[in-house]
Structure formats: C-alpha cells, structure tokens
Design a protein around this ligand. Structure first.
Ligand SMILES: [Zn+2]
Length: 454
C-alpha cells in the first residue's frame, strides 16, 4: 500500500485544466508500477482528445482461458473546500487502518487493489501468468463524465476485446456487510426555461393581466410527481424493470438504520419520502427519479422588487433504471414541457449532454454468482446483492464491448468520496484483493469459462 500513497501524491484532478499534466504523470506512474509488477504489455493512451488512460494486458498461459477486462479510473475529484480537510489532500496519511487522501477510495485505491490481487493470485497458484487473460483499462476522465470513453473504446477495439468486464469503482453496503453491486442508475439532466416578454415588468401596471413565467414554471415542477410520488411524464415507467423477488429479499435483509441513514446520507433531512410501495433502498437503487436541482427567476436580492420576471429556469435531473433510455426520457420531457407551457410563454429545454444509460446484471448471471462466491471466500461470511444509486460508464462499456459487466469493489459508502477527508479502509482493500484473486481462478473453471465465451 506504500505505492498507493505515492500515487495519491499526484493531484490528477481531471476536471481542472491546470492539473492535466498531473493526470499524465498519474498515468505514467501507474504504467511504471504495472511494468514493475511484471505485466508484459503496458501502454499509456494519451495521443487523442482524451486525458491519458492506461492499458495493460497479462495473457493467461492457457490460450483458451477467458479474457477479463478490469475497468477503473485514475483521475480524481477537486478538493474544495480545502479548508475542511484535516490534512493536505495530496499528502496521504495513515490513520489507524485507513489511508486518507484524495483518490484513496475513488478510484486509485480500488485500482491498487487489483494490482495486489494479481500478485496474490500468482503467489497462491504458483503460476507465472494469471488463470484468465487479464486486461486493465484505467480511464483518466471518469470524474469529467467520460466524454471520450466511446471514442477510446472504438479506437482501441482490438486491444480491449474481452469476455467479461469487471468494474471496480463500487462500494460494499457497510464494513460488516459485504455486498455485490449489480447495477447503477443512469442520469439525464435538463434545463427548462420559460420566457415571457423581453424584460421584467412592473407588477402593478401589468400584474394580473400577463402570464408570470415563475408561476407557470412552479406549476410545471409541481406537476412532475403525482400523490404517490410517481413521475408523470407519459410513458416514463413503460421500460422500467421491476427488481426480482430475490433482489428485493436481499435488499430487505440488509441492515438499515433509517435515522442514521438520514443523518449521514440524507443530508440531515427529517423524514424519508418517495414512491409509494418501495423501501428507501429500493427507491435509491431500483426506482427512477425526477429531482429539481435548482430554480431561479426574478429578483432575489435584499428587500422587495415588485416585478413580473421575464424568465424562469429550472434545472432538473432524472435518475434512470434499466431498461429506460435517456433519449426516450428526453422526448417524454419535451412533450411534458409542451403540455405545461401556458399561452404567452415560450419554453426551451436544454439537455445536459446525451445522458448516461442505466445498467444492471442479473444476480443469476454465472459471472455475477462467481463474484459473490469470491467475496464470500475472502470475507468468510454470506454476501448479498445490492445496487448503487449513482451513475457511471458501466452501460457504455457493456454496450460497446458487447459482453457482460460485473462489479467488484471493497470501499465503503462513507469513504467521503468527492468530499473532504476521503479515506479508504485498508483491511477491506486487502479482502477485495483476495476476492479478485479467487475470482480469476474461478472464472477460468471450465463451466463459467464456457458460458463466458458463448
Ligand atoms: Zn469513481
């Protein structure tokens, strides 16, 4: 783990152009570490528009063994507000069983976990090559929304070919409850603007006689949900897959303290809230959402200014679940906005990019069952299935590479990723490495290998 501390020292903040040289240094650092570990093929892909990504391949000695591609990222989030850090974010410290620093958990720690896993796998099997052909693809733009991932996957189709993707940017349910993540929600962001006249108008001289864009937009926002907190875009639920009974049972069996959850994950909200008929975990993991991220209109300075504002804007984001499509939801939103635009107002809908599609894999998938078994061997306790409410490039990887994708991570939901004082719990990373070492052996076993290469 000394190597991880060294890697954290490189401030590879991908969203900040001032740190792009550091992203390159971070890629070079990883490439050197992989070469030192004996990976026969290592490359930094840094010529195109994408920030440098690292690729490595270690062929199995058996040419018929399946090929597994491990995906992670080496760019990190910005550190603001820096004054809230208890130590400088890029000067990692070891505190008890934790390593603290930006990227310790998301995602350098989890990539380091795989480097360790390969060493453990070779030591345990006495082989000088892994049981499956291992490929590692570590992106440099994940925290920027992976803008060039599709292009990278296209440009390097031949190198990245595989039978299975192992996505390693995911957490366990909690320290005592290891879980296998089976999916992430997608996301679509949009900005809706209502425009009345050319400028703000005196609310006495015209008030009551012309439409108010702020009132009209508030009505639209209020109409997004019905009394059961279901989203009222027409057709929104048509493609939504219900979780299986087994998944719902697994979620219900996970320890969950609502009060603690509200405090730590719910921003201190005073009560839970959501779609009727679903638990809090189900609402976060397997149900879609529409959330208002911000509303602005008119005068918001000190005192009162008696106007009818000319415009009003709402930023809205949807979290999507399988099998919803961002582009289809965008069309549903446009129709909804058109239906809720009163006469005398012009509406504009600006999408924030093309959105991220959702992804999930069945708990019954043989590769997923193998991940569960590998974690059970490493943690020596039963492992349940869970999902993640956030979004990532899993669906893009799965669709472009045309193979199943499973999740393997060993971090915690309270690792303070994207926040001050990010940390990783080292004993969990070591267990995660042990699980990965088991997984490579298990995936090479005839039955799973045959199904994978189908
Ligand atoms: Zn991440």
């Amino acid at each position: 783990m000394a190597g991880l501390c060294e890697w954290i020292r490189i401030p590879s903040i991908g969203v900040d152009p001032a740190h792009h040289a550091d992203v390159r240094r971070s890629a070079d650092w990883l490439a050197d570490a992989l070469r030192e570990d004996g990976w026969p093929e290592v490359a930094v892909w840094g010529d195109g528009p994408a920030l440098p990504a690292v690729f490595a391949c270690w062929p199995a000695s058996d040419p018929d063994a399946p090929t597994v591609l491990v995906y992670g990222h080496h760019d990190v989030q910005p550190v603001d507000p820096v004054q809230r850090w208890e130590h400088p974010p890029f000067e990692p410290v070891i505190s008890g069983d934790e390593i603290r620093g930006r990227g310790a958990s998301d995602d350098k720690g989890q990539v380091a976990m795989h480097l360790l896993a390969v060493k453990a796998h070779l030591a345990a099997t006495g082989q000088n090559a892994p049981s499956v052909t291992l490929k590692l693809f570590v992106e440099g733009e994940e925290e920027s929304g992976s803008p060039h991932l599709r292009k990278l996957l296209e440009d390097h189709e031949a190198e990245l070919g595989c039978d299975l993707v192992v996505f390693t940017d995911t957490a366990l349910h909690d320290r005592d409850t290891p879980t296998v993540n089976t999916g992430q929600r997608g996301v679509l962001g949009a900005e809706i603007t209502f425009e009345g006249g050319a400028g703000d108008v005196h609310s006495g001289r015209a008030g009551g006689a012309i439409p108010n864009p702020a009132t009209a937009l508030a009505k639209l926002v209020a109409a997004l949900h019905d009394d059961d907190n279901r989203i009222r875009l027409e057709g929104f639920y048509d493609d939504v897959l219900e979780p299986s009974t087994k998944e719902r049972e697994d979620y219900a069996a996970l320890p969950f303290d609502e009060r603690k959850w509200l405090q730590h994950n719910g921003g201190g909200a005073q009560a839970t809230h959501g779609e009727t008929g679903y638990s809090t975990l189900e609402r976060i993991w397997v149900r879609p959402t529409a959330e208002v991220n911000g509303i602005s209109s008119g005068y918001t300075g000190p005192g009162l200014k008696t106007i009818i504002p000319a415009t009003a804007t709402a930023k809205i984001s949807f979290r999507l679940v399988p099998d919803q499509h961002p582009e289809k939801v965008a069309q549903q939103l446009s129709r909804f906005v058109a239906e809720h635009t009163p006469p005398g107002i012009t509406a504009r809908v600006a999408l924030r990019g093309e959105g991220v599609p959702p992804y999930a894999i069945s708990p019954d998938d043989p590769a997923n069952a193998a991940v569960k078994q590998a974690l059970e061997l490493a943690f020596d306790q039963p492992v349940r299935f869970a999902r993640a409410g956030g979004s990532g490039p899993a669906a893009v990887l799965q669709q472009r590479l045309g193979v199943p994708l499973v999740y393997l991570g060993a971090t915690l939901p309270d690792d303070r990723v994207h926040a001050p004082n990010e940390r990783v719990v080292v004993p969990l990373l070591l267990k995660g490495a042990e699980a990965a070492a088991h997984l490579w052996r298990m995936l090479a076993q005839a039955e799973i290998a045959k199904r994978l290469s189908r």
